[in-house]
Every structure is written in structure tokens, then in C-alpha cells.
Design a protein around this ligand. Sequence first.
Ligand code: HEC
Ligand code: HEC
Ligand code: HEC
Ligand code: HEC
Ligand code: HEC
Length: 487
Amino acid sequence: MKKKICIETFMTAVMLSSPVLFPPIAGAMDNVDKNLFPYAPSLVNWEKNQAEFTPPETCSECHPQQFQEWTGSIHSLAFKDPVYQGELNKAVKAAGHDIARQCEGCHSPVGVVTGQVKGPGLTGLNALALNGVSCDICHSVKSHMGWQTPYHQPENGSFVMSPGKETADGVVLTKYGPYTPEEGCGDDFHECVEQPLHKQAELCANCHQVHNYATHTPLESTYREWKDGPYSVKNITCQNCHMVDYDTFIRSADSFIKPERGEFRHYFNGANFLIYYLLEQAATKAGDEELAANAHSKYELAVGRLKAAADVEVSPVYRDNKLAEIKVRVHNKRAGHNLPTSLTNIRQIWLEMTVKDETGKVIMTTGTVGKEGELPADVRLFNSDGMGDGFHFQVDPWKIISFSRHDTIPPKGYKDVYYGVTAPNAKGPLAVEVKLRYRQAEQKIAHALLAAVPGDIDLAATYGLTSMPDLPILDMVERTVAINTTK
Ligand code: HEC
Ligand code: HEC
Ligand code: HEC
Ligand code: HEC
Ligand code: HEC
């Protein structure tokens, strides 16, 4: 009994203490404790002193391999990404610059704490701000403030950056890393400090757990999905799948074997093949063949990850010995979190199915993309729908306060979809073609975002985009199965 009282007292203390930091009202941002979180609504922190942040080019002098791997990664593009810049521009216009600070706290943290980044656009910014999530973001991370957030977990940029310290002999740069430092680590340029966080998902969670800036609704819950799933139980972290090459990722996902020290790569490769495609276009246009080849290899990696992520099984359901339904089971085979994850209200994964009889005549279709890139109303989509105030449909992250639908597939889990199909006149077996398709966004949303890019990003000059492109669709899985119409 005594124990129970203790827990209740603790919970009461937690519940009493949280509202002081985050009162549960819309526009709560103004009430966040600014002493704890001076850059609110971003929860990023900086132990400010004479030690300065270092641009990635300097790190590259001694760490060329990590630099080469990181170059062209989504992290290196997190601020320059035209899709991000378009949405940022919309956010600032709709909700003011304070919102933008929340976005920038994850997309260009050093740009925020040093006051370089003041809104959308790239003009006049230094290399550190432009380079988004660069070396000195992660390797200056000394700790995180996850316990001081409402959900008591890292989120919304809740990490503490400390690029160095002042000593009697002057400034000493400190770089935090995964290993116990050996003699001479840092070559007099920096000291090395072992930080276990760098081997944990919680490092990534600071930015891969996104909440509404005011209401605190979880919007992107990649960390939470991972934490509640089997990979976290087996201690297979984000790093074990996203900081390794393709084969090592497959081994981590299938065998739960953690990669060895020498196997880590700074690719941070996920599903966003579109960004690598745009980068390859831009690099080719600018005559930078090396970067174009780099972007192309990252494009192939992302496509490979998407194709390895899922599987489908197709099987008949008979009633009275006659075909009544076709069951499609969609497996999340190798994503460490839900499929899709993150911007689930923007990303699209859906089933397309065509059923033909023995003469080749189409007797049923579903999920076929229309002329304008639209999906039919009856499509089975794996994603989510956000709701704003008044509970109507919303896509913008500053407006979403809850979700009306969450239909994503948990890690190592599956979802079943049943299609009613009868073919009373068919003589032979039916040919059932099933595709699981992936697209970064709906065509209309992509239009709106690219149309909103700030004036100093010239899509035609930089990316060769003179008109709005059809967003590419990737087939994650394709299967054709023969199904008998009678048992
Ligand atoms: C807590 C960190 C965090 C905050 C705050 C944040 N983002 Fe992001 N953002 C991310 C991560 C992580 C991704 C990658 C998710 C993915 O690719 O699925 C992302 C992806 C995006 C993308 C998609 C980019 C693409 O190329 O597809 C857009 C657009 C975007 N963010 C805009 C914003 C805007 C605008 C804000 C502020 C209102 C914001 N973000 C706030 C972490 C954050
Ligand atoms: C998004 C965070 C992040 C960024 C950005 C990042 N790193 Fe790392 N880095 C890590 C993590 C996590 C590890 C540990 C991986 C492991 O478990 O071995 C690591 C490991 C390292 C190591 C130790 C040896 C190795 O490769 O495992 C070096 C050196 C290093 N990083 C340098 C860099 C440099 C240089 C850059 C920029 C070009 C950079 N990092 C960018 C997160 C990051
Ligand atoms: C003058 C050379 C030099 C420069 C510049 C340099 N480093 Fe290092 N760093 C080293 C050496 C040497 C080691 C130890 C051997 C190794 O891991 O490569 C090291 C080790 C590391 C480690 C591994 C620590 C661990 O866990 O054992 C990280 C992380 C790291 N450096 C990050 C950075 C970052 C980030 C930058 C740029 C801000 C940077 N370094 C710039 C020389 C340098
Ligand atoms: C300082 C914030 C920050 C940290 C820390 C961070 N990320 Fe990211 N990450 C981002 C942002 C922002 C994006 C999306 C950029 C964009 O799309 O414009 C992103 C994108 C990604 C993507 C690509 C997603 C896609 O759609 O392809 C992967 C994979 C990824 N991060 C993995 C990691 C891993 C693993 C870690 C921890 C070792 C980590 N990140 C730590 C901010 C961060
Ligand atoms: C077992 C391997 C595995 C682990 C562990 C894992 N991921 Fe992934 N991740 C994948 C695969 C495969 C994909 C591509 C399919 C997809 O989009 O879900 C992916 C996709 C992503 C994306 C892009 C989503 C999109 O559609 O834009 C982000 C962001 C991401 N992962 C971040 C993380 C973070 C952060 C963690 C840790 C909390 C993590 N991942 C753990 C395998 C993994």
C-alpha cells in the first residue's frame, strides 16, 4: 500500500509541475519557462561561451570519410530543402516568425541559437546555418532535456549543445562521440568526450519526435513508434538501420544483430528519394559531377530501403466454396517504426489492385492514380488525416491539433485489407496484380509547397524545374497471384 501512495505522490508532483512549464491552453508557447527553454517554441539549448561552432568543412580535414558520407544526406539539406523552405514560408505568413523558430530549431539549430536564421530564404547566411544538421550539431550534444518536456521524452529539439569550454589556457573545443577516447583523440583541435547518448535512439528523438508548437499534439512520432515496438526491446536503434549501408541495415532488421564499430556510415538515409533526385538535378546543372554521383548513390539507397521495408501476401476468401473476397495482408517487414512514419499525414502508401479474368478482361480495379495525380476516393491508404480547430481536415503542422484517422502499420506488424470480388462467369483462375505504392506527397500539396518557396530560391535555375513535375511514385512491392474462383 505504501508503495502505491509513493507513486501517486510522484505522479501528482509531475502533474503539478508540468503545467508550470506548459499550461494546457492554445498559444501556450508564451508561458514556456524561458529560463529553461530560451529559444521556445523550439526546446533547443546552447551552453553559450567563447567556444564557437565549427563548419563541416573544417571537420572534413581530419574526418574526410564521415564528411563524404554526410554530404548530400538529408541532414546536410535540412535547411536548403526547397520543400521545407516552401512550408516554412507558409508557416511564417500564417502564424508569424515565432513559429519559424520552432521549425529552425530542428532544421538548422545553430542558425537559431546564433541568431543567423531569421526566417525563410537562404540569402546572406553563413555555412553553419545553411548546412542544416551538420557535424557540430550532433557532436556538440552534451545532454538532452527530455525529462523537462510534457511527455518526459526528448522532442521538439530538446538537446543541449556545448561546442566547447573556456579554460585558463583559452578555449577548448569538445566533441562528444560514442567511444572511450584514445590517446591523441582530436589532434589538439578538440578534446573527445564519450557520450552514451550517441549510441541511443534518444539522440535522434530530439528531432524525430515533433509536437505542435502550442497545443503540444504529437505530429510526428517516429521515436515513440520505435520505443513501443520490437526493435527497441531488442536494442536495435535508429543508428543501426540509418547509419549503415544497405546490407548491414538488412542484417539489423532481420537478425537483431548490432553493427560493429567500423560499420557505421553517416548516410542518414531514409525514404526521401525525391530530395536526392532534386539534388542530383541541381548538381548536374551546376556541373558538379562528384556531387551528382553522390546524390545518385543516395537515391538508390533510399529506393532500396523502401523496397526492403514491406511485403504483401494475397489470398482468397471462399464462402460456400465460391470466391467472395481477396485478402491482402501488408507487412511492415523492416521499418523500425510504423510504415509510413513521420509526416504520416503527407506521405502516401497505398494499395493498387487489378483483377483480370482468364480472357484478360479487367473485372475490378482499385487505387489507380488519376490524370491529375489524384487517388480515387475508395483507395486504401496507409497514412493519417490531421484535424484543426473545429475538427475539420488540416495539413499544416501549426494548425493540426489532433488526428481523425491514423492508419499506419506497426514495426513487424501487418494490416489486412479485404476486397469483395465475385466472378460468377469466370471459367479459369483470376490474375490478381497488387502493388504497394509510395509517394512523398499528394500532387496538390507538392504544388502548393513548391509554389511557396521563397523568392531567392530559383527552382528553374537551380533544379531545372520549369513547370510543376508529376511527383514520382515508387512501387515498394509488386505481386501477381493466380486465384481460383471456386474452392
Ligand atoms: C522536432 C523537430 C522538427 C520540428 C520542430 C520541425 N520539423 Fe520539419 N522535419 C523534421 C524531421 C525529422 C523531418 C523528416 C521527416 C521525414 O522525412 O519523414 C522533417 C520534414 C519536414 C518536411 C518535409 C521535407 C521533404 O523534403 O519532404 C517539411 C516540409 C518540414 N519538415 C517543414 C517544417 C516546418 C514548416 C516546421 C515548423 C512549423 C517544421 N518542419 C518543424 C523535424 C522537425
Ligand atoms: C545526426 C547526427 C550526426 C551528424 C550530423 C554527424 N554525426 Fe558523427 N556520429 C553520430 C553518431 C550517432 C555516431 C555514432 C555511431 C556509432 O554508434 O558508432 C557518430 C560517430 C562519429 C565519429 C566516430 C567514428 C565513426 O565514424 O563512427 C566521428 C569521427 C564522427 N561521427 C564525425 C562526424 C563528422 C565529421 C560529421 C560531419 C561531416 C558528423 N559526424 C555528423 C551522429 C552524427
Ligand atoms: C585536426 C584534426 C581534427 C579535426 C579538425 C577534427 N577532428 Fe575529430 N578527431 C580527430 C582525431 C585524430 C580523432 C580520433 C581518431 C578518430 O576517431 O578518427 C577524432 C575523433 C573524433 C570523434 C570520435 C570521438 C569518439 O567517440 O571516440 C568525433 C565524434 C569527432 N572527432 C568529431 C569531430 C567534429 C564534429 C569535428 C568538427 C567540428 C572534428 N572532429 C574535427 C581529429 C580531428
Ligand atoms: C537537430 C535535429 C536532428 C537530429 C538530432 C537528427 N535528425 Fe534526422 N532529420 C532531421 C531533419 C530536420 C530531417 C528532414 C530534413 C528534410 O527533409 O528537409 C531529418 C531527416 C532524417 C532522415 C531522412 C528521412 C527521409 O525521409 O528520408 C533520416 C533517416 C534521419 N533523419 C535519421 C536520423 C538519425 C538516425 C538520427 C540520430 C542519429 C537523427 N536523424 C538525428 C533532424 C535531425
Ligand atoms: C529496423 C530498421 C530501422 C530502425 C531501427 C529505424 N528505421 Fe527508420 N526507416 C527504416 C526503413 C526501412 C525506412 C523506409 C520505409 C519507411 O518510410 O518507413 C525508414 C524510414 C525512416 C524515415 C523516413 C520516413 C518517410 O517516409 O519520410 C525516417 C525519418 C526514419 N526512418 C527515422 C528513424 C528514426 C528516428 C529511428 C529511431 C527512433 C528509426 N528510423 C529506426 C528502417 C529503420
